[in-house]
Design a binder for this molecule. Structure first.
Ligand code: AMP
Length: 210
């Protein structure tokens, strides 16, 4: 089953994808995580995208599409029953490109108010090495400021700081929100209420996929 998780930053796409991938035996591909790992490893791609991510702007379509296409050709995809694309496509041009090399079964639209998005993003903390995410109020770590498994210090992503958050929301409205109608017209869109707890959102996702 090939899925796209669509929705504003902070809607919980990554959190739900990390849970749903096991339940559905599919691969979770987050373009944001792929970019962040390139930045961390100081690859050529990482150098190109570092500033773009820090500001909350979009990486150019061609760069992003090539990265996703290459990722979908990796071996683990052959062993699994499909994929979740989390954070891709984010523009109509990316969606058009995706159609030329893969076929989707459904697009899950995570619906959440702007007020809730701001609350979630400003409280988000991550562990740099494991990528695990927390929220200072909704999903706190066992020990304040430390990753549950490795004990490493949690950080706030550069793009979770206020200025970048506001920019990301504007970018979402302008470039990504049009994909809601794009996929609705293709009969692929499924709306999901993302304001509930992660387990409740997961359960409603699994239910609609049946
Ligand atoms: P995310 O972790 O999904 O919030 O993505 C973090 C950042 O990575 C975004 O703010 C963009 O700078 C970049 N990014 C992720 N996915 C895409 C995409 N599909 N197109 C362009 N830029 C992207």
């Amino acid at each position: 089953m090939n899925l796209v998780f669509l929705g504003p930053p902070g809607a919980g796409k990554g959190t739900i994808a990390a849970k749903a991938k096991d339940a559905l035996n599919i691969v979770h591909i987050s373009t944001g995580d792929l970019f962040r790992s390139n930045i961390k490893n100081e690859t050529e791609l990482g150098k190109v995208v570092k500033e773009i991510l820090a500001k909350g702007d979009l990486v150019p379509d061609e760069v992003t599409v090539n990265m996703v296409k290459a990722r979908l050709e990796e071996d683990d995809l052959k062993e699994k029953a499909g994929y979740i694309l989390d954070g891709f496509p984010r523009t109509v041009a990316q969606a058009d490109a995706l159609e030329t090399f893969s076929k989707l079964d459904a697009v899950i639209n995570f619906v959440l108010s702007e007020e809730e998005i701001l609350k979630r993003l400003s409280g988000r903390r991550v562990c740099k090495s494991t990528g695990r995410t927390y929220h200072i109020i909704y999903n706190p770590p066992k020990v304040e400021g430390r990753d549950d498994e490795t004990g490493e210090e949690l950080i706030q992503r550069d793009d979770d700081k206020e200025e970048a958050i506001l920019n990301r929301l504007q970018v979402y409205q302008k470039s990504t929100a049009p994909l809601i109608e794009y996929y609705r017209q293709k009969g692929l869109l499924v709306d999901i209420d993302a304001s509930k707890s992660p387990d409740e959102v997961l359960q409603s996702l699994l239910k609609v996929l049946k």
